[in-house]
Design a protein. Sequence first.
Length: 228
Amino acid sequence: MEKNKNYCIDFMEGIKQLEDNSIDLVITDPPYFFETRGKGFAKERDYLKKGLKSIGVNNKKDIITEKFLKELIRITKKINIFIFCNKAQILKILKFANENKLSFELIPFCKTAPMPLSNNQWLPDREWGVHLFKSCSVKGSYKTKRGFFVSTNYKDEKIKHPCPKPVEIMKKLIINLSKEGDLVLDCFIGSGATAIACKQLKRDFIGFDINEDYIKLTEGRLSQKSLP
């Protein structure tokens, strides 16, 4: 596959086309497996099912499987994988890390303006990232290497994606986990934040997404003279 190109392809089909030990860093944000049991706002919701369907996700299936994780290990030069996830997926990922003798780091992403969903529950003011690695040093500086991120969750209406990641957050992760000239894979490129961060930081990238509209969105953002 060509570097610095985004492919409209299923993530597993795309990964299978990559050679062993060809990627320096995987950083990706799979569509989350949503837990929709409960009452009130926590029960299964039609709009949520429709939203998942629009991005090609069956809510009954969790994309983060052992097969997926093993394929990511196969394609990385040194195991260096950062996966955004929700709390329902953390135990599965850490169980995989333990069984495969991988080091890991949990990174919380804290929102300053979470949805007002109290309903006798903790506020939904955190997302999570898990860094799986082996023999991998964290680069960057004091400013980029904090073990948590804080941001608003206000959506940029110009970016036609349900949950675009801020480019600045992706830049900090990429600075910490790669060096100039490295090849970064994002197998759910979505709004293109990983590709934009790579271009700004002189990394190469490969992106996958099954949604053609998101590929077009990413290409449009990359083509702008002043990258958003």
